[in-house]
Design a protein around this ligand. Sequence first.
Ligand SMILES: NC(=O)c1ccc[n+]([C@@H]2O[C@H](COP(=O)([O-])OP(=O)(O)OC[C@H]3O[C@@H](n4cnc5c(N)ncnc54)[C@H](OP(=O)(O)O)[C@@H]3O)[C@@H](O)[C@H]2O)c1
Length: 248
Amino acid sequence: MTNYNPFSLDGKTILVTGASSGIGRTTAIECSRLGAHLVITGRHAENLTQTYNLLDGKGHVQIVADLSCPADIERLVALSPVIDGFVNNAGQGDFRLIDYLKQDIINDVYQVNVFAPMKLVKQLLRKNKILSGGSIVFTSSISALLSAPALSVYTSSKAAITAYMRSCAVELGPRKIRANAVLPGTVETPFTSNTISEDDVAKDKELYALKRYGKPEDVAYGIIYMLSDAAAWITGTSLVIDGGRLLK
Ligand SMILES: NC(=O)c1ccc[n+]([C@@H]2O[C@H](COP(=O)([O-])OP(=O)(O)OC[C@H]3O[C@@H](n4cnc5c(N)ncnc54)[C@H](OP(=O)(O)O)[C@@H]3O)[C@@H](O)[C@H]2O)c1
């Protein structure tokens, strides 16, 4: 009775991209605490090893890969064991007004936020590396649903990956593989540090019903829910995790 936990990840193997920082790091650590074996990947080796050293339990794997590099994506798939869960979390932002956008900026952001997840899902499926009963989770953003000046590339990339998630849910359902997205509001990570002044942060937090930004754990627990068997009948869903930001 004491071990009863429908949200446990005991015995599951989970691949997390963007595990060298922020939401991905915390997700990997929390997954390991719930009994999962982790395959963590990120671009910077030192930061990835920091995450690796914080994982609970044994048998975890770390693979350095730059998701803007097709050869690295292939190597990541080749080195990855068969997995139960896949967290597509690595992401890149851009803050530029539409008039100042350049093709290479658009390419860079879309490469990491959209094309890499699409390639990874395809290649993992082709190599039968996602088990039946598996779960794919995409870290999207509430930016997929609203916008602000200078966010056009980022918001459109998150809308694209959210739509792609729904296609995964439809196509992979017959294989008993689920696909869902989490849509966080602003979370305190290196991704958002120092982008606006303290005064503007205080004003922005007022837009949140809970009057604060998120912590990586707030998002990690939503991802874990989607990975766990407790979400066995949930697919194609966008789970907003935003402290009530979308209410305003
Ligand atoms: N923080 C927020 O407010 C917020 C809100 C909504 C959604 N999100 C989304 O949440 C996800 C995680 O963001 P975060 O806040 O945790 O940011 P973060 O702390 O900056 O982490 C971003 C992660 O993505 C990885 N990454 C970026 N470019 C990469 C590339 N070319 N190849 C491989 N890995 C790459 C980074 O790896 P390295 O550090 O090793 O380069 C890092 O591990 C992103 O998809 C982001 O869009 C964040």
